[in-house]
Design a protein around this ligand. Sequence first.
Ligand SMILES: NC(=O)c1ccc[n+]([C@@H]2O[C@H](COP(=O)([O-])OP(=O)(O)OC[C@H]3O[C@@H](n4cnc5c(N)ncnc54)[C@H](O)[C@@H]3O)[C@@H](O)[C@H]2O)c1
Length: 260
Amino acid sequence: MIAYDVNTVQSVAGKVVIVTGGGTGIGKIYSQRLAQAGARVVLADIAGEAAEAVALGIREAGGEAIAIRTDVIDAAAVQTMVDQTIAKWGRVDGLINNASLMSVLERGDWFKIDPDEWDRVMAVNLKGIFLCCRAVYPHMKAQGGGRIVNISSSRIWAGNPNRLHYTTSKAGVIGLTRALAREVGDDKIGVNAITPGFTESETQMASSSANYVAGRDLSRSFKRPQYPDDLVGAVMFLLSDASAFITGQTINVDGGQAMH
Ligand SMILES: NC(=O)c1ccc[n+]([C@@H]2O[C@H](COP(=O)([O-])OP(=O)(O)OC[C@H]3O[C@@H](n4cnc5c(N)ncnc54)[C@H](O)[C@@H]3O)[C@@H](O)[C@H]2O)c1
């Protein structure tokens, strides 16, 4: 019989996980929950003070976390962040590419999108993922494997309008996930994505009208708000050995709005 320890396989305890955009919103919740589950967490966020505050809170609660101010579109800064992770813990087991430009973007007519803003969205939401994957890759390869989780959006299934650049970038995340999974499969690195539905992070709520929020809730099979904690299980699964033979896939987590 094959030895299969259910508790170990499903655990993220002891794993070193980088969470980009870990200082606020959903990334903060991923970081806190991972630390509660025994992971060692690196919060890499351009909002350095916010990330430091979250990391401090995790440490005060008995968890392990460090914050490293990082702009994910700055290749040198991303490299430094990964170097500091290795200096601190000697390895990197997981990467959650969560940083993005979303709530700071106005919802509006595609025709009015500033071309420079389009470029910034593509840079943070796509190039940032490429740079972070590129920086962790040599370490994961040398270790004999790793897990990458890319955060897309359920908008891509329905083609939600009014943030055309954002929706386009999140569709790009799926293409990146699939192609990269094939490129790094021989290195035993898993690359998967999740597509969250409208989730009540503090930033999302601050940029959404009550009508918009109610409409999203009613469009689900489970007609209630989606909270950051609703995403944690899928992300932990994709970081753990329980998903060791899953790669290039996308899990939709939106309470049954889109069917994927
Ligand atoms: N909240 C939702 O409804 C929802 C739905 C679908 C997908 N998502 C995705 O989930 C993720 C988290 O969403 P959120 O609601 O917490 O958003 P958010 O705007 O609150 O968080 C984004 C985080 O990324 C950080 N960030 C922005 N630019 C950065 C950069 N250049 N370098 C490093 N960090 C940077 C921000 O400081 C922030 O901490 C995002 O990828 C978002 O696109 C969110």
